[in-house]
Ligand binder design. Sequence first.
Ligand code: NAD
Length: 314
Amino acid sequence: MKKILVSGGAGFIGSHLCTRLIKEGHHVVCLDNLFTGSKANIAHLLKHPCFDFVEHDVEIPYHAYGIDEIYNLACPASPIHYQYDAIKTIRTSVIGAINMLTLALENDAKILQASTSEVYGDPIIHPQVESYWGNVNPVGFRSCYDEGKRCAETLFMDYHRQKKVRIKIIRIFNTYGPRMLPNDGRVVSNFVVQALNNKDITIYGEGNQSRSFQYINDLIEGMVKMMNTADDFIGPVNIGNPNEFTILELAEKIIRLADSKSKLVFKPLPHDDPKQRQPDITLAKGKLDWQPTVELEEGLKHMIEYFKNNHACC
Ligand SMILES: NC(=O)c1ccc[n+]([C@@H]2O[C@H](COP(=O)([O-])OP(=O)(O)OC[C@H]3O[C@@H](n4cnc5c(N)ncnc54)[C@H](O)[C@@H]3O)[C@@H](O)[C@H]2O)c1
């Protein structure tokens, strides 16, 4: 049994990760300030003898002993939430990374950073390989998130090179699944909620921008596999589903699967919205023996079912 700390463990991805690690028989410490996460997400774990919830902001140093592994997920991930308090977002990424790396150093623990495909910005290379340095606007509305995550990657590398901390970096691409918030502006949850309520589905631009959508279970498998690689493999590694769909195709699929009467409406594209995003997962396939297994339609069915049962009228 390992003692594993998950920062941001009460959020969408974090709660699925905590569940998986508990199922594997580990002791899990979930650290979260409940900004976008909630106790409801981890309600099924709260009474488990090997699960500790600590309400804590990663901007504040955290000290604990006996930690074997750390997954650093704390950071709001949807544009609505990360732009709500941009300074707080970048502080969470940067100061949070320093505090979690310090904790790893103190414990000689392995630490994994949940980075993002946003580090590639509006990419001019397609699909994105890990060696691509990205095309990010440093002064835009998304920069607090994109640049915060880029700086966190730098910090991870520098703690590794300078202080020999055992690190892992994954770049997560668009992920969806149960426990996403219904109102956070992310495209899959947005469309599902609109479809279930037979409301107009809002498409930004003409809907030709392509995206790849990864189901949560595939991501969790990739995260755990990455953590379990040998110490000399640190990444960064793309974890995402390379199957591409346009936003228009996604909307049409959701309308059909939800048996909805929603109509499509078109609005101007927001600032810095990337036109194309698709992971090259050659590295993950080779080094982690990992690739996504859940098809979009299958994942969407789970998602629609979850929203029907939990947020039917949102
Ligand atoms: N969902 C995706 O598609 C996606 C894609 C790329 C990267 N990621 C990364 O994965 C991680 C989890 O994302 P998510 O989709 O689960 O988002 P989420 O908002 O559901 O989860 C983030 C969690 O971090 C917590 N948090 C935020 N600021 C904090 C702070 N200062 N101190 C402590 N806790 C804090 C929130 O309360 C929440 O529980 C994030 O780091 C995000 O950048 C997610």
